[in-house]
Design a protein around this ligand. Structure first.
Ligand code: CTP
Ligand code: MN
Ligand code: MN
Ligand code: MN
Length: 382
């Protein structure tokens, strides 16, 4: 009877989009160990291995109980041999020597350090490591060939690695709404990403802009960016235009990634603190900001902001795609492809056998098309 009930409560789907994953879960120690392994694998360029550890961690995040023995793992999906070994070590000894060795290794620590610089990925970080560079100072002393993004990343390293609070994200929403209102009244600005999933803080602010009249949004992003720039709100920005000529070729548009099909901008905002309040002080940011010259660094903070513009008909897809988590998104697409023969991205849902695009007026309708139970954003923290 006991084995049966264990098997019963282990009816866990291998797809994150079929698992409810709240922000707070019951297997923190285990998931942290597995995520360190996933990170280390990614630093080595082993995407497959990284994904395996990441999936194992994601499954544990969805469990409504704390895993106490390896027996409980037999019925769970996505827990490979290596993950099971790590979990067993942590369950028995409280910590895994393999994970601890990774955490203490010079390569892992250096890679982690370098990749905290905005604009630096695995390739650049490992190249620097191989050249013998170890610290930010080394970069400045030995290296001049930094890209524009990396230069900005280095310049604002400290700010960009201090968590963005919800109050700060809401202040950014107000600034962007104000910019948007000037060029296109009626356009909306929606907070997506981790904040929409209920996270109290994040590494950036993800904003999705749309207008209820399809087509009105065309050209909006560049106007908004220019205005924000003219008001000294931007410390860095890099805009990517939607390749609109490709719209005619539906097949091509399906094969393109989500990112390529929506106007978006990766930026660094200069968030001014309200009069009398200083960065790092006990007072949280509150509405009432002023436009200031970013001279005194105690009066402002650099904040990473992703801006995305979607035509109204694509808004639900963009909202679903930009809310995350990354594990949730990856499995939504995997589920669509393998279980439903559909291609889902941040702007469309395409049925590959019927050869039709499925429209949706809300996130709920997309879940319906996929035959999935609706999952509220707070339960997408896979
Ligand atoms: N995204 C994307 N392409 C990128 C960056 C982000 O499609 N190059 C989408 C992803 O689908 C992701 C969402 O934007 O789910 C949010 O990504 P990100 O800001 O990196 O992560 P968050 O979940 O918001 O977490 P954090 O609080 O750390 O920002
Ligand atoms: Mn984010
Ligand atoms: Mn983001
Ligand atoms: Mn792009």
């Amino acid at each position: 009877v006991q084995a049966e009930s264990l098997e019963d409560r282990c009816q866990v789907s291998p797809y994150a989009c079929q698992r409810r994953t709240p922000l707070a879960h019951k297997n923190q120690v285990l998931t942290e160990a597995l995520e360190t392994m996933a990170e280390e694998a990614r630093f080595c360029g082993s995407e497959g291995r990284s994904l395996a550890f990441s999936r194992a961690a994601s499954v544990l995040k969805s469990l409504p109980w704390t895993v106490r023995g390896v027996k409980e793992l037999h019925f769970l999906p996505c827990i490979g041999e290596h993950s099971r070994k790590i979990i067993q070590e942590v369950l028995e000894d409280g910590t895994s020597t393999e994970v601890e060795n990774v955490r203490q290794s010079e390569r892992y620590q250096t890679m982690k350090h370098f990749m905290k610089i905005f604009g630096v990925g695995v390739k650049t970080a490992s190249q620097w490591y191989q050249e013998g560079l170890r610290t930010i100072n080394d970069l400045q002393a030995h290296h001049a060939k930094l890209g524009k993004a990396q230069q900005a990343g280095l310049l604002h390293y400290r700010d960009l690695n201090s968590p963005v609070k919800r109050s700060e994200a809401e202040a950014i929403v107000q600034v962007v709404q104000k910019a948007v209102d000037q060029f296109l009244p009626g356009a909306s600005v929606t907070l997506t990403g981790g904040f929409r999933r209920g996270k109290p803080s994040g590494h950036d602010v993800d904003l999705l802009i749309t207008h209820p009249v399809e087509g009105q949004e065309v050209g909006l992003l560049s106007k908004v960016i220019s205005w924000l720039d003219s008001q000294d709100f931007l410390l860095y920005h890099s805009t990517h235009r939607n390749a609109s000529q490709a719209l005619e070729d539906q097949e091509l548009s399906v094969s393109m990634t989500a990112m390529d099909r929506l106007d978006h901008c990766f930026s660094i905002f200069c968030l001014n603190y309200p009069h009398g309040s200083i960065k790092g002080g006990s007072r949280a940011w509150e509405p009432g900001y002023e436009l200031k010259d970013p001279g005194d660094a105690t009066l402002w903070k650099a904040v990473r902001v992703d801006l995305v513009v979607a035509p109204y008909s694509q808004f639900p897809f963009a909202l679903l795609g930009w809310t995350g988590s990354r594990n949730f998104e990856r499995d939504l697409r995997r589920f669509s492809k393998h279980e439903k023969k559909m291609v889902l991205n941040s702007h469309t849902l395409y049925h590959t056998e019927k050869k039709i695009f499925l429209s949706a007026a809300s996130e709920e309708e997309i879940f319906q098309h996929l035959g999935l139970e609706f999952m509220p954003p707070e339960e997408r923290n896979a």
